[in-house]
Design a protein around this ligand. Structure first.
Ligand code: RIB
Length: 299
């Protein structure tokens, strides 16, 4: 079982569903509204824990009305929260609009995540004794760099999901073992990604690809009825991290399956599948693919 430390963000997602997004200056009627805990760091931590890893979360909630619910969603998922601090002021907030096709737009206000500026001795000890450090870019970049440097110095594998995409110092790229990007990020970050040993690119409904020192792999998409794609990339990344020790092919299969399942329900943390659901879907999808291969071979 992989031991993972996530140093990352946690947000309250304000999720509105609407048939069609408004044009600038237009007002439209929405269909529903929900408060759902999210944030790329928290989503990935929960996804990794549910996929079978043991996860500790280093992050910050605010001192506002959302703090208890945000702390609670990690705790209830079994993620370790002893390194989760409370910063004075608002928690991170994401305003999310999901349209009739399940596509989203997201505006994030960092809040407490922006005040995660220091890692203390206990944080660093947790990173040093973990198998994997997993980070994203919704907290201050110097904190990500400090965590990654410490991980590398202690032979902890560093997985970075460089999202929301932004320019990063070369020093940080030098510490990354595994990068998980979507197609847009892969294009924008092509130059620094070329020097990262393992790069996984998510391809939406078409699955994902892997490029490593010894192999290139791809995994097909898992067909599902899409309701909301919010957090699907986070679920993919968390499941990938949880199964990274089994090699890229197995990790990709878990990640593609978990990521697809995450699109079938509304809301980031609410849609992250449990291990048994992923195993069942993986078995069904494998049987489907094998059936297709047999039919192809016989025709
Ligand atoms: O990746 C999805 C997440 O991005 C949402 O949960 C939102 O909080 C933003 O961080």
């Amino acid at each position: 079982m992989a031991r993972i430390v996530v140093v990352g963000s946690i947000n309250m997602d304000l999720v509105t569903t609407v048939g069609h997004r408004p044009e600038p200056g237009q007002t439209v009627s929405g269909e529903s509204f929900a408060l759902v805990p999210g944030g790329k760091g928290s989503n990935q931590a929960i996804a990794a824990q549910r996929a079978g890893a043991t996860v500790d979360f280093v992050g910050a909630v605010g001192s506002d009305v959302f703090a208890d619910a945000l702390r609670g969603v990690l705790h209830d998922a079994g993620v370790g929260v002893s390194r989760l601090r409370t910063a004075n002021g608002p928690s991170g907030i994401a305003t999310i609009v999901v349209d009739g096709d399940g596509e989203n737009t997201i505006i994030v206000v960092a809040g407490a995540n922006g005040r995660l500026t220091d890692l203390d001795t206990a944080d660093l000890d947790a990173i040093a004794s973990a198998d994997i450090l997993m980070c994203q870019l919704e907290i201050p970049i110097p904190t990500v760099l400090a965590a990654a440097r410490h991980a590398r110095a202690h032979h902890t594998t560093v997985i970075l999901n460089p999202s929301p995409v932004q320019h990063l110092p070369a020093d940080l790229w030098a510490e990354i073992d595994v990068a998980v990007v979507n197609e847009g990020e892969a294009e924008q970050l092509a130059t620094p990604l070329a020097a990262v040993p393992h790069v996984i690119t998510t391809l939406g409904a078409h699955g994902a690809s892997y490029r490593g020192p010894d192999a290139r792999l791809s995994h097909p998409g898992v067909p599902v009825e899409v309701v909301d794609t919010t957090g699907a990339g986070d679920t993919f990344t968390g499941a990938l991290a949880a199964h990274w020790h089994q090699g890229p092919a197995t990790a990709l299969a878990w990640a593609c399956t978990a990521g697809a399942l995450a699109t079938t329900k509304l809301g980031a943390s609410a849609s992250i599948p449990h291990r048994t659901d992923i195993e069942q879907a993986l078995a069904a999808a494998t049987a489907h693919w094998l059936g297709g291969m047999t039919a192809d071979a016989g025709s």
